[in-house]
Ligand binder design. Structure first.
Ligand SMILES: C[S@@+](CC[C@H](N)C(=O)[O-])C[C@H]1O[C@@H](n2cnc3c(N)ncnc32)[C@H](O)[C@@H]1O
Length: 241
């Protein structure tokens, strides 16, 4: 990627602030607006419709934040997905209890887990998931952690879909424009840090167990989003004997 050939990881401020800090609360509000501006839920849904052969009944979302993103995804999918169970995992306990009712109204029973994603996934004996998803989360990890995280995701479910920041100069420049929507200092810092730690090319495919041969697709969608989706088992072809 011209001008940004390698990922650069730096700590994000939101991860270091207590959930109740006013700056953190403001930044999470900004994040919801940024997800909307980036069309993250729409992009995720398009990929889910393409990659899943049947509605998932058990989902794991890693780095779920306040659960607002996944709720937006499930609202968009409600005509296609009847509901089921969803595990919302984050290192901070952020999902407001009233939001669980909104999930229930869509037919989804929520279990919230407060844990480090890598530790929980590697220790989890549960193999009953149909899908693992992540939004604006994988970019927190350096290559060694990503390799372990993707291996754990591949063990837990047949399909993995992630929508991440695209690492490119235009996206980095656009983070400065977030001032115009009133984004706070934490958001402005973390947005730029996220783009620098974002992805380009086939960087995630190379780390997926089995490599690119098993990978469904990876690449840029729009100016700001890098989408990665992969299978840990080959798709069932309906005309197979
Ligand atoms: C940029 S936010 C995205 C939140 C949510 N996916 C969204 O789109 O609104 C990243 C989230 O990852 C969580 N996180 C970061 N490192 C983590 C880890 N090692 N294990 C679990 N959660 C983590 C943070 O607490 C934060 O909620």
């Amino acid at each position: 990627m011209a001008g940004m050939p390698v990922r650069h990881l730096s700590p994000e401020l939101l991860d270091q602030l207590p959930a109740s800090d006013p700056e953190a609360i403001g930044s999470r509000r900004d994040l919801a607006r940024i997800n909307a501006i980036m069309f993250q839920a729409a992009i995720m849904c398009r990929r889910l419709r393409r990659d899943l052969q049947r509605p998932p009944r058990r989902i794991l979302e890693i780095g779920c934040g306040d659960g607002g993103f996944m709720l937006a995804v499930l609202k968009r999918m409600r005509r296609h997905w009847p509901g089921g169970e969803i595990v919302l995992l984050d290192q901070q306990d952020l999902v407001p209890p009233p939001r669980l009712g909104a999930y229930a109204a869509l037919g989804w029973q929520v279990e919230t887990v407060t844990a480090d994603a890598l530790v929980w996934m590697e220790q989890s004996p549960s193999t009953g998931f149909d899908l693992v998803t992540a939004n604006l989360f994988l970019h927190h990890f350096a290559e060694a952690g990503l390799t372990r995280l993707l291996a754990a995701a591949a063990r837990l479910a047949p399909v993995f879909v992630a929508t991440e920041p695209s690492r490119n100069a235009a996206a980095l420049a656009a983070t400065g424009l977030l001032r115009a929507i009133g984004a706070n200092a934490v958001t402005l810092h973390d947005a730029a840090a996220s783009v620098r730690a974002g992805f380009a090319g086939q960087e995630l495919s190379r780390l997926w167990p089995g490599g690119q041969a098993m990978t469904a697709r990876e690449g840029m969608v729009g100016l700001f989003t890098h989408v990665f989706s992969a299978r840990s088992t080959p798709p069932v072809l309906h005309n197979e004997i």
